[in-house]
Design a protein around this ligand. Structure first.
Ligand SMILES: Nc1nc2c(ncn2[C@@H]2O[C@H](COP(=O)(O)OP(=O)(O)OP(=O)(O)O)[C@@H](O)[C@H]2O)c(=O)[nH]1
Ligand SMILES: [Mg+2]
Length: 300
């Protein structure tokens, strides 16, 4: 089964692609050898789009797809929804917002739940982006809500990370600057049609300046109105510029190291479940002489 699926996705079969992604999502037996059999030689870039809920990430993605597809590129989108009360709404919202692309031959869109991996990306997101590369997509856009862990994880996954903010964020930028500033390769101030956009951009610029002296890449701030396409061409030029300038061997090595680290981390944690630990612990505590450090060492 896996072998046929590999050939099918390499030849651009979308049904096979969807099937493989589902098998991965469920960690179906055999997925690891499947991953090992991939060629992964197609050059694709991964663009991470993150930012607070409702900032316009999906609308922006929709606009990006339009421009990228027009230049002949194949675009895949993975929307990672946080497991939150917004969940269903967000899924339906994405359906409506990216609606026009669902049947387009150059576009593939898929929503993923983050699987209780609180605020994080889907545990198999790395494998999924590699499968999309195998399916010869040129741009892989990963949309995540920038809360909790996901924004940190996206930086290790994406070649270029775009952080989307809105003028209303106001004082919020002060509190989130640590996490988001570190991962942003490009800032987008979306909803620039809203009042206060210019002031917000100025404040953001002032905040960024001191941290950037001596850096080769000066983080650009692009102002956009995703709903009417304003600023999208400029955003794409910056994404192109970033991918051409910063795809240095060092950065590639850094990204690859980060991925290897995470795969190993997942492998080490495999089979370790909290509730199972609790059961084992309950049993062990009934015997005398418990020491947490000895016990965890024994488990390894
Ligand atoms: N005025 C204005 N509204 C916008 C703009 N971009 C998006 N919106 C609106 O903002 C709302 C949220 O847009 P989404 O694209 O769903 O935002 P999101 O960041 O993907 O939201 P989540 O995925 O739920 O976090 C929608 O009603 C959009 O129509 C913009 O540039 N200006
Ligand atoms: Mg969205």
């Amino acid at each position: 089964m896996w072998q046929n699926l590999r050939k099918d996705i390499q030849s651009g079969n979308i049904k096979a692609l969807a099937r493989v992604l589902s098998l991965l999502e469920n960690e179906t037996l055999g997925y690891e050898s499947f991953m090992q059999s991939l060629q992964l030689n197609h050059h694709a870039r991964v663009i991470g789009i993150t930012g607070p809920p409702g900032a316009g990430k999906s609308t922006l993605t929709d606009a990006l797809i339009g421009t990228l597809v027009a230049t002949g590129r194949k675009v895949a989108v993975l929307c990672v929804d946080p497991s939150s009360p917004f969940h269903l709404g967000a899924l339906l919202g994405d359906r409506i917002r990216m609606n026009q692309w669902y049947a387009h031959p150059q576009v593939y869109i898929r929503s993923l739940a983050s699987r209780g991996n609180l605020g994080g990306l889907h545990p198999k997101i790395l494998e999924m982006t590699d499968v999309l590369k195998e399916a010869k997509f040129d741009d892989i856009i990963v949309e995540t809500v920038g809360v909790g862990q996901s924004e940190i994880e996206i930086a290790g996954l994406a070649d270029t990370t775009v952080v989307v903010l809105v003028p209303e964020a106001g004082d919020e930028i002060q509190t989130m600057k640590a996490g988001l500033m570190e991962i942003a390769d490009i800032f987008v101030v979306n909803k620039a049609d809203r009042p206060g956009a210019d002031t917000f951009i100025n404040n953001l610029q002032h905040m960024l300046n001191p941290a950037q002296t001596g850096n080769t890449w000066k983080i650009p701030i692009v102002s956009t109105v995703a709903t009417n396409g304003m600023g999208i061409t400029e955003l794409i030029s910056f994404i192109n510029l970033h991918s051409s300038i910063l795809q240095t061997p060092e950065r590639k090595l850094w990204l690859l190291t980060d991925k290897a680290y995470r795969l190993l981390q997942q492998k080490c944690m495999r089979g370790i479940k909290r509730n199972q630990l609790k059961v084992q612990l309950t049993e062990r505590l009934q015997q005398p002489g418990f020491n947490l450090y000895q016990w965890t060492e024994e488990l390894l």
